[in-house]
Design a protein around this ligand. Sequence first.
Ligand code: TXA
Ligand code: MG
Length: 325
Amino acid sequence: MPCETGTEIARAAKLLREGKLVAFATETVYGLGAHALDDRAAAGIFAAKERPAFDPLIVHIAERAQLNELVSEVPDLAVKLADAFWPGPLTMVLPKREIVPDLVTSGLPSVAVRIPAHPIARELLRTAGIPVAAPSANLFGQVSPTTAAHVSEQLGDRIDYILDGGPCTVGLESTVVAITREWVTLLRPGGTPVEVIEEVVGKVMIPEPAGPESDETAQHSPGMLTKHYAPRKPLFIVDDLSQASKKWNPAETGVLLLEESPLTEDFASVESLSPAGDLTEAAMNFFAALRRLDKADIARIVATPFPDQGLGRALNDRLRRASVR
Ligand code: TXA
Ligand code: MG
């Protein structure tokens, strides 16, 4: 039987304090939360998601003051970023304190932390009064959830409560950056565009993407695993839809693209993410559209890339990880 979905913040907070698993809305995607300082509770996240233990979790807090309990150093660059982007879709990786269980960081000496902007998430974190570890509330490697119903579908019978906060407004996971005294390094593109971060701290280091054969970056930031966020249907990235309709039978093919196009006419199902070509709107619709295509009566999905700027970079990153190569 799937667990209850509701809007009772006090109940959700109590469950978290007791070491239970609670999925909750954030502005990016729904998170699967557990008490971050309780080994056993955090272990429950890995079990429910079938997530490998080498993939560390993001710890969510309500207030900046809680950061000092979790990390041993807050470099100036981190202060600047927190001033500019918290609460919001930015996660900072900083040196961890002893109190953070190794399980949460997968044995890494650093911990990923963010303050989410969703008012319900923040109220939950404030009421619970504890840091909450929360990956996206989906089975490992599958499409991230942007509604309570998405969570219920995949994890409903494995967790204790789903705190409904409506559809996520950002729609993509947070941007993850590692911070040292000198550098900010991008570990995962996401809801805060790199260009906007660079306006605050100058040049951001962007490591070479890991090739399909070497998941090397993944050792440092496993959200970078080349195959991730994937639908079950094969997804192909194509530059040109008219070529795609020659290669594949359009009657068996679904299309994911930014703006509507006359070239999609013959395809079996079409998800255009923003009629106005707005990347913010596209990000918000991305994962739900991917899920609909995954369920549609088609054999494959073809997708055209997004403009490679702003949120378009994070969207292209998710497309690549969802695709067949
Ligand atoms: O928007 C989000 O970030 C969502 C919501 C729920 O807040 N959470 C999320 O968590 O996407 P998750 O667990 O799916 O992503 C965690 C990723 C890891 O895969 C890894 O890339 C990075 O964050 N990460 C976490 N801890 C790290 C660490 N100590 N060092 C490097 N990367 C880390
Ligand atoms: Mg995830």
